[in-house]
Ligand binder design. Sequence first.
Ligand SMILES: [Zn+2]
Ligand SMILES: [Zn+2]
Length: 127
Amino acid sequence: MSRRREAQRRPRLRQEADSFRCIHCRLDVPLSAPGTRHRNHCPNCLHSKHVDDHVPGDRASECHARMEPIAISVRGGGEWVIIHRCSGCDALSANRSAGDDNPLMLIRLATRPLASPPFPMERLAAL
Ligand SMILES: [Zn+2]
Ligand SMILES: [Zn+2]
């Protein structure tokens, strides 16, 4: 009984949901995520959807196309940030990694450039 009461008391917009379905791998993803206020990407495949315009969580974009994770950046303090590129309009966005993001996918993304360097690796030995 008390659980139902609490759910009703929580202030929320009527259309706001507790989860979203990943646009890429179709996983049902709960919106609450450890370490971030606005979960904006799938913890399984790291894909996102273009819904925010300029501010994370503003839901102001009408693009709604799939956003592919293309790179990892590191902020001061060691925080990992996933760079997404929109497959519809080529917009780039930087999104904090959540605590339950798939570690293997994060590492694959971070090491991808090392798998195809723009020069022969042997050149490093000559430096
Ligand atoms: Zn996914
Ligand atoms: Zn877009």
